[in-house]
Write a protein that binds this ligand. Structure first.
Ligand SMILES: Cc1cc2nc3c(=O)[nH]c(=O)nc-3n(C[C@H](O)[C@H](O)[C@H](O)COP(=O)(O)OP(=O)(O)OC[C@H]3O[C@@H](n4cnc5c(N)ncnc54)[C@H](O)[C@@H]3O)c2cc1C
Length: 423
């Protein structure tokens, strides 16, 4: 069988590896010049830094196995960095049951209620929660205080105007999947992506970076032709790891009934401004910005997690956002974003001055955060599409889990099992 994989993120690369390991011929098409999709990095001295903050949780078993299989296990480390919440101008540690019980912005009854509800979610399965909405459920069971201080800012930051509509199983998965120890590949997750490409090529596959797929069409002999900006080629099977909406655009043959159900819903884009500073800004890795009035939802000081020596002593800070893809933020220049964001850093650390900045970068990606409303589940496509030989397997199918490299690895394994089982 000859397979084309659309997309060279973790899902496409893992699927390609698994197919190549089974002796199938496989070609990966990736628009960007670097593999890794949303988790890709850029060079920073001898290391790579992700364009968007990344770490793993202890529950991310599929990706830990892949890392070990590719010989990168020794690079995976598990520090327990500080995660704090900014509320009323002060930061408080909030990353474990103990810290919930000691969280000063809530009164003792509210803390106990929140801790009990979180423990209850940890113990129960997701299915009875289907059809319920996160915001209303939290207000009802944890109370107005925890919702206003802790959860409303999180939901607003991730889902903006859609915050009231988010499905409760998404929140359940978030509570289930998290650990306080966070895993990172020293030197950057890019090592995993480079190793995957190497291994696929060693097994006779190809990874075509910098190659954009513009269309997929059935040829008169029943094969699928992948048309790109660098030529076209026919395959027996095509697996798209792109969001279903993008797959629908690339494959005009997909019938209207399929589009009505799966070319559906909204996704937000991700935006990160990264600063390299000559000194630390905060004393935490992750700061949830729960105070109103800030133009970013999280401040992630990567070098309070990984040693600054890995980056020639630079202190690295991400200022992150999720916004609708037509938000003005995505049209602003880096200078405009710096002018808007930097005055707010002085609110977090009054000593901060622009002279601390050695370098800065700005990245934006569309389709980075699916808006998982209560109807979302009904609109998750199956792997098989109505076009013969065309399959869809993307991070939009991992509900109720939030996006994560781990779930894309697990989904890649699953789709390949289905493919080889049916060949
Ligand atoms: C801000 C942010 C923070 C995150 N934090 C974490 C974290 O801490 N831990 C974690 O595990 N995960 C995290 N994630 C999620 C993680 O990055 C994704 O779950 C994962 O990378 C998805 O991989 P994928 O291969 O499924 O999709 P993608 O990475 O989106 O891959 C799809 C690929 O298709 C390519 N493509 C699109 N159109 C075309 C075309 N026409 N032709 C060719 N190629 C095309 C894209 O360039 C892309 O490389 C985060 C994501 C974001 C945005």
């Amino acid at each position: 069988m000859e397979y084309a994989i659309l997309g060279g993120g973790i899902l496409g690369l893992t699927a390609a590896l698994r197919l190549a390991q089974r002796g199938e011929r496989v070609v990966v098409y990736e628009r960007e010049r670097v593999a890794g999709g949303l988790a890709a990095g850029f060079r920073l001295g001898d290391a790579w830094l992700e364009k968007y903050y990344h770490h793993l949780f202890r529950s991310d078993k599929a990706i830990q196995s892949l890392i070990a299989e590719l010989g990168l296990g020794p690079k995976l480390c598990w520090p327990r960095p500080r995660t704090v919440t900014l509320w009323g101008g002060k930061t408080y540690q909030l990353d474990s049951p103990q810290t919930v019980l000691l969280f000063p912005p809530l009164n003792p009854v509210e803390r106990l209620r929140m801790a009990t509800v979180l423990a209850f979610l940890k113990l129960m399965p997701a299915s009875p929660l289907e059809g319920k909405r996160t915001a209303a459920w939290i207000r009802r069971w944890m109370g107005e205080g925890p919702y206003r201080v802790v959860w409303e800012p999180l939901l607003r930051g991730k889902f903006g105007a859609r915050k009231e509509e988010i499905a409760l199983p998404w929140f359940w998965a978030r509570v289930h999947d998290r650990s306080t120890e966070l895993g990172y590949l020293r030197g950057g997750f890019q090592a995993l992506y480079e190793r995957l490409v190497e291994r696929i090529c060693d097994l006779g596959g190809e990874v075509l970076l910098g190659t954009t797929v513009s269309r997929v069409a059935t040829s008169p002999n029943g094969r699928l032709v992948v048309i790109t900006d660098r030529g076209e080629h026919a395959f027996d099977r095509v697996v798209s790891t792109l969001p279903p909406r993008l797959t629908c655009r690339l494959v005009p043959e997909l019938p209207d009934e399929y589009r009505a159900r799966y070319d559906w819903g909204e996704a937000y884009g991700a935006h990160c401004l990264i600063l390299a500073l000559d000194r630390p800004l905060t004393n935490a890795y992750w700061t949830n910005i729960n105070d109103p009035g800030y133009p970013f939802l999280a401040l992630v000081e990567h070098t309070n997690y990984m040693p600054p020596e890995d980056y020639d002593g630079r202190r690295l800070v991400y200022l992150g956002n999720y916004r609708p893809m037509n938000d003005p933020l995505f049209r602003m220049s880096k200078e405009e974003v710096l002018d808007e964001f930097l005055p707010h850093l002085e609110r977090l650390n009054p000593a901060f001055s622009r002279d601390w900045i050695l370098e800065s970068w700005m990245f934006a990606a569309p389709y980075a955060q699916p808006i998982v409303t209560t109807e979302y589940r009904e609109h998750i496509p199956p792997f098989e599409t109505p076009v013969r030989g065309l399959y869809e397997a993307s991070m939009f199918q991992i509900y109720p889990h939030d996006r994560g490299q781990n779930y894309s690895v697990a989904l890649a394994d699953k789709v390949v099992k289905m493919l080889v089982g049916s060949s």
